[in-house]
Design a protein around this ligand. Structure first.
Ligand code: ARG
Length: 274
């Protein structure tokens, strides 16, 4: 049991309301266009997440939704921002292509100068996770392996490529979460989502990681957001709460059940502006 208290640091997040959210196509195994989405409920769940961030003292910027982009609520995929530098996204599926420009425009309109339109496919923070000094980078389903050297060159941070092998965990942020980005040590992840070699890399880099069970991973429990102390995660991932508390974190369960029908949860809806 850890005794020194965890400290949260104020964050800035970019979110996009699910005003035009629907599941009319399927680009991941979670999406079933035959299953109806309750839009009012989706909005209420999203607002609860936004309000929770604000109540914790964080800033939430809001990106205007577009009628023709039903997945835009998953704002984490639109860019990766580190040290005020913005690596834009390039989506794998045509259904989401236009989201990338909407994000880049937002950044340009908000005074960001280093905004890169990427050459290679990358789905923003869906596949890039930031620790104190590294960029952990997923590949296999969405982001191209070529996006990894591109990100390394742009951010000047070492990129550690990780191979995703289970289609249910098609983005890195469905299988791994950085709990404390002031170190290179504190993550939680689900080993089953990674190739054997990548699993070995994770074991070497994070010998003390919180290892999630298959059950908690399947509740998208790793699609979580931490401010260094509070960890907002899907409330159905019940097995993660005690291990998080034992490490000094304060888990906060959120119900984003309607967004889960699109294959996303807390983290997918939240892009961090570092
Ligand atoms: N329907 C979206 C897609 O398949 C969900 C994206 C979830 N976002 C995430 N960061 N994992 O692209």
């Amino acid at each position: 049991m850890r005794t020194s208290p965890r400290a949260s640091t104020p964050r800035r997040y970019l979110m996009c309301p699910p005003t035009y959210y629907r599941v009319t196509y399927s680009i991941n195994p979670w999406m079933d266009p035959g299953k109806p989405v309750d839009l009012q409920l989706a909005l209420a769940q999203w607002e609860e997440l936004r309000d929770r961030y604000r109540a914790l003292g964080h800033t939430v910027e809001v990106l205007a939704p577009r009628t023709d982009l039903p997945d835009m609520v998953f704002a984490a995929n639109g860019a990766t921002v580190v040290d005020g530098r913005v690596l834009g996204a390039r989506f794998a599926h045509p259904e989401r292509w236009a989201e990338a420009a909407a994000h880049r425009e937002w950044f340009r309109a908000h005074g960001y100068e280093a905004v890169r339109e990427p050459e290679h496919i990358n789905e923003g923070e869906g596949d890039f996770a930031v620790t104190a000094t590294w960029l952990l980078a997923g590949r296999g389903f969405r982001s191209s392996p070529l996006s990894h050297p591109e990100a390394q060159e742009f951010f000047g941070r070492p990129v550690i490529g990780l191979d995703l092998v289970d289609p249910r965990y098609y983005h890195l942020d469905t299988a791994l979460c950085v709990l404390d980005d002031s170190t290179d040590a504190e993550v939680m992840y689900y080993p089953g989502a990674f190739s054997p070699g990548s699993r070995a890399v994770l074991e070497r880099l994070f010998p003390d990681a919180l290892i999630a069970t298959e059950e908690d991973a399947a509740a998208l429990g790793l699609n979580a957001v931490s401010d260094g102390k509070h960890v907002l995660l899907p409330q159905a991932a019940v097995g993660l709460f005690e291990p998080l508390r034992a490490r000094g974190y304060e888990p906060i369960g959120m119900d984003l059940g309607e967004l889960l029908k699109g294959g996303g949860s807390v983290k997918c809806c939240t892009q961090e502006l570092r």
